[in-house]
Design a protein around this ligand. Sequence first.
Ligand SMILES: Nc1nc2c(c(=O)[nH]1)N[C@H]1C(S)=C(S)[C@@H](COP(=O)(O)OP(=O)(O)OC[C@H]3O[C@@H](n4cnc5c(N)ncnc54)[C@H](O)[C@@H]3O)O[C@H]1N2
Ligand code: MOO
Length: 419
Amino acid sequence: MPAPALETERTGRRSTHAHHKATSWPEARVVAERAARSVPRQAPVSVPLDASLGLVLAAPLTALTDLPSFDTSAMDGWAVAGPGPWEVREDGVLAGHAEPEALTDGEAVRIATGARIPPDVTAVLRSEHGRIDDKGRLHATRDVVHAQDIRPRGQECRRGDRLLPVGVLVTPAVLGLAAAAGYDTLAAVPRPRVEVLVLGDELLTEGLPQEGLIRDALGPMLPPWLRALGAEVVAVRRLGDDAKALHKAISGSDADLIVTTGGTAAGPVDHVHPTLHRIGAELLVDGVKVRPGHPMLLARTKEKQYLVGLPGNPLAAVSGLLTLAEPLLRTLAGRTAPEPYTLPLQDAVHGHPYDTRLVPVVLRADRAVPLHYNGPAMLRGIAASDALGVVPPGGARAGQELELLDLPWATAGIDVCFT
Ligand SMILES: Nc1nc2c(c(=O)[nH]1)N[C@H]1C(S)=C(S)[C@@H](COP(=O)(O)OP(=O)(O)OC[C@H]3O[C@@H](n4cnc5c(N)ncnc54)[C@H](O)[C@@H]3O)O[C@H]1N2
Ligand code: MOO
């Protein structure tokens, strides 16, 4: 078939024979990560606590105060001085109130959990371990140990202690710790800015598929998923199958990463390759030995800008997202790679003779159960899954350890990763 080869040279469009250029699946992920590493790290930004969930610390979290910042009662009860029985003062000590007066030996004062310990207190006696006699004196119903139930100032940390290193992901727990340690803002690695270009004249944004038109599944799916991978999605634009519009959108974008959907193959309206050729982009990955999703690509469009071309078939797009966009975005966002892990496979999965397969699985009692409806155009399997199983060329037997790629909702819960 000489004609397609000539066509390739003239228009820059690939023929389907281009598969030999395809990168292996593990190598494609390495190339994407390396591409992101070659970009100088963005300057840290100062982000209010309530906007920093999911970001990565760009500076160590250093305690701005001792914690606790004063000696604190760990229990509701009485602060007591010296040995009992004790005369109980009229007033009490509550959390958040002014500095309490010192006690003298033989005195006790009612105290609440979290309240400041008055000077010269020996211990805190829990309310369930004290009894007031008919003269109003307090007796301990069990032995009182010196300093019991007092949290001393600085027990958790001293001002200046390093609580967390650079590179830690800001989780809800990190937010709580940062607030406790006196922070209003955090120094964080900014999210890489991503623009999504949805290609295809056949796409509807509402209603039922009709007259050869189908619903756009990727426009709703990609922005929250990209955000879970660490990105800020600055725009989602629907461009149809319009080569000029695609050229204008790519050459005018100032995003760190452009993600296109569809148009990666060699059909008559597949404009991604010719457009990249036209702007002189460098193709770092042009096809990956993975099913689904083998036409996915990664290009450097400008000095500090990349483009991930996701194939249009929806599960193929997910495959491209996890193969190319995940390592790229994770690295740009300063996140560390998840620890690789495996689980035994419940049932055998047939493989492609030469390519890796990514197959939706559910995790049940420490086994990976492969799901049906895993065709390239189907989302029914992945929508019910916890992870993608990495099936090596040739397939995997029942009981074989299968590498797994976690899906963000399965690991972190929907609110943590998508808000
Ligand atoms: N001659 C060949 N044809 C194709 C090959 C090949 O090797 N030789 N590869 C096939 C594979 S595999 C895939 S995957 C697709 C990739 O195609 P494109 O990236 O060019 O995507 P489109 O042609 O635009 O669309 C493919 C398919 O997906 C549907 N689609 C597109 N966008 C969306 C969306 N946002 N939401 C839902 N569905 C979408 C589109 O309607 C098509 O059905 O190429 C094969 N062809
Ligand atoms: O690889 Mo395509 O991505 O099979 O549908």
